[in-house]
Design a protein. Structure first.
Length: 378
């Protein structure tokens, strides 16, 4: 198939999933066209059937806000015609499904029919919770898609609760390329980061308020009071300064290593003993899955789609949002005993096997086939 993929090219999970999906589909013989405003961060390998088409938004003084959707929909029309793209897979209802619908209508004028598959990643839903004026655009974009997928059952339920959805929503969970995270439990370069007797705790996010990074610091503070430990703090975002200030006030700055945005997530996870994800909400929690695939148990909150990924008492533990005392207790339970830590690490890796990309990517292929055949009948 000739497939167009539209996503955010940033460090977020949706961009990662879209990129990994495109790369795997290309290995399975499909022709893949990424269409976005920057090269996706994990799109390192351009092969002969993976293409990247950049969307430019020319500055025009009349526009107070530069119209990305307009530029994207025009680019989609051009790319579909030029490369005979058969189907568009867009990640996020707004603005991507919204722009794709406009492109579809323009193409129809020329007798070209291109169906749209929309994947919901969660923030559309959160956004509408805080900005209800986007609701008509999100509802419209979902209902006008030819197929809709959500990355967890929880996100599907939220979408059906918040929007008047007429379309069926297929749950296709996020996935992981387990080969990339197969370290065989070696200790990688852990000696560069910590002493032999120290446990390594890791958090990775875009440091938005929804990630509750202050809770990460509270839990780490409690851990390092009891056992020697270091915190690997990966990511950039609006809460970074608050975190640095908090670490200084608590006197633990020398035990926290700030990586900023890193392209070496797999290496950092390789030497980690525990992953913290105390978010207020997560539609899925891809960062937790990446940790588990590296054999790192997860201490998380129990909201959204996280319980579909992290299994309480097996791959880690789940606590109520904000219950940092419970999270600290659970973290110490895992970390304070070598044998127990080893078991949780193995369990985490085992649980991640369920999300192997070889099991999940065919589900998207089946949705594309089904959507294309239904559209041919119309
Ligand atoms: O979590 C973020 O702030 C980034 C956002 C994104 O667009 O990548 O993540 C969302 O999509 C990921 C991939 O499906 C999910 O793993 C994250 O849980 C989801 N984030 C939220 O729901 C807050």
């Amino acid at each position: 198939m000739n497939i167009g993929i539209v996503c955010y090219p940033t460090f977020g999970g949706s961009g990662v999933v879209a990129t990994e999906l495109g790369l795997e589909l290309s290995k399975r013989g499909h022709e893949i066209h990424f269409i976005t405003y920057n090269q996706p961060v994990r799109l390192e390998l351009i092969s002969n059937n993976v293409h990247y088409h950049e969307v430019n938004v020319p500055e025009y003084p009349l526009f107070h806000y530069q119209p990305y959707e307009l530029a994207l929909s025009s680019k989609l029309v051009d790319m579909v015609k030029l490369h005979n793209i058969e189907i568009l897979h867009v990640h996020y209802a707004i603005p991507h499904a919204y722009a794709a619908y406009m492109a579809k209508k323009m193409l129809k004028e020329d007798g070209i029919h291109v169906p749209i598959v929309t994947t919901l990643h969660g923030t559309d839903i959160t956004l509408v919770g805080s900005h209800p004026f986007y609701k008509p655009a999100v509802t419209f974009s979902i209902n006008k898609s030819d197929a809709v997928t959500a990355v967890s059952q929880s996100l599907k339920d939220d979408t059906l609760r918040l929007f008047d959805v007429k379309n069926e929503i297929n749950v296709v969970p996020n996935f992981i390329d387990l080969d990339k995270y197969n370290h065989g439990f070696t200790d990688c370069a852990r000696h560069m980061m910590a002493e032999d007797n120290e446990r390594i705790i890791t958090h990775i996010s875009n440091l938005r308020p929804v990630k509750r990074v202050q809770d990460v610091i509270k839990v780490f503070y409690n851990i390092q009071k009891e056992i020697p430990a270091k915190l690997m703090f990966v990511g950039e975002g609006p809460e970074k300064e608050n975190v640095e200030r908090m670490c200084t006030e608590l006197g633990i700055l020398d035990k926290v290593i700030f990586f900023g945005r890193s392209n070496e997530i797999d290496k950092i996870l390789c030497f980690s003993d525990l992953f913290l994800l105390p978010s207020r909400t997560e539609s899925f929690g891809l960062a937790a899955l990446e940790a588990m695939a590296s054999g790192v148990p997860v201490i998380s909150s129990n909201t959204g789609g996280i319980p579909e990924v992290n299994v309480h008492g097996y791959s880690g533990f789940l606590s109520n949002v904000g219950d940092t005392e419970d999270m600290s207790k659970n973290a110490l339970h895992i970390l304070s005993n070598d044998e127990r830590l080893k078991t949780f690490k193995e369990n985490a890796r085992n649980e991640a096997l369920k999300f192997d990309l070889h099991n999940i990517v065919p589900k998207y292929e089946a949705i594309y086939q089904d959507t294309l055949s239904k559209c041919l009948v119309l």
